[in-house]
Design a protein around this ligand. Sequence first.
Ligand code: PHE
Length: 346
Amino acid sequence: MKDQLEKIKKDALEALNKIKDIDALKNLEVKFLGRKGLLTNLLRGVKDLSPAEKPLIGKLSNTIKVDLEQAFATLGQKFETEKLEKELKKDFFDTTIPGTARPLGHIHPLSQVQEEVERIFNQMGFAIMDGPEVESEYYNFEGLNIPKDHPARDMQDTFFLKDKNDKDHGRMVLRTHTSPVQVRTMEKYGAPLRVIVPGRVFRYEATDASHDTTFYQVEGLLIDKNISLSHLKGVMAEFLTRLFGKPVKVRFRPGYFPFVEPGLELDFSCLLCGEKGCRVCKHTGWIEFMGAGMVHENVLKAGGVDPKEYQGWAFGFGLTRLVMMRYGIDDIRLLTNGDQRFIKQF
Ligand code: PHE
């Protein structure tokens, strides 16, 4: 039996040497090591051997079995590697060839400044709100204490939507300012409140270097107890100082907006000339920046806030104008006409 075992081993190894591919290898493995293979069959006889022979032959046959298994596995491995290498060669990909450059976009200057404004107000505890650009006449005007036939409607030339009606809130318009979000926010969240509303607004205007039918504003609204205009002055001086990175002063002048009482205009000190007077500030030393005032009690009521308990202020400035000042852009239309040669500079 010992000879038979050695012969099987020898035959198997010889056959292995001639094997050229994985299929032949598998067949050969079955022939010798399979369930009905030569070695397997022979091993079935071990149990009938004499007690003296059994351990020796048992040990030998085991070694041979392990050796053969090992030899088959090694060759199998070799075939696998060869196959992989062949595939790799076929799909060779030179990672050192330079790639095709794709033109990269970047953030529009309007969005850049908007993000900065949001960040600064965020740091001061203001939440960012949003509202619809197609708005009802109610939120755009009546809710803001501008009744139907009030002359203040003429302050803002409005796009009306043809045949569009909100069933509770009258005709639909393209919002002329971000102020409608004041009432919407109070309705939704009540008081106290601290929010800003950056957004797109529309006016029916002839376009020129400083007027466009579409532009961007930022609304601010703060409602709480014991609030006064001094808080507004402090918040705006801080905001502008952080935005421009150097100390900025602000001043109030009386102004009129139906949704605030008292109403005012806020100017800030001209950074270009240090208040000495230059072309940019029209030789006044101050730059007109925004409208603001204490929220009118009719507006608080429209928002469901009790004017006896709460008061607050609101402001609205032109984000588009701020961007133009920031980068010295002298034509508003450049910001929205999609000319890459212009926009790529920022
Ligand atoms: N909504 C006003 C405008 O567009 C600006 C403003 C906002 C004024 C809030 C006062 C208070 O002109």
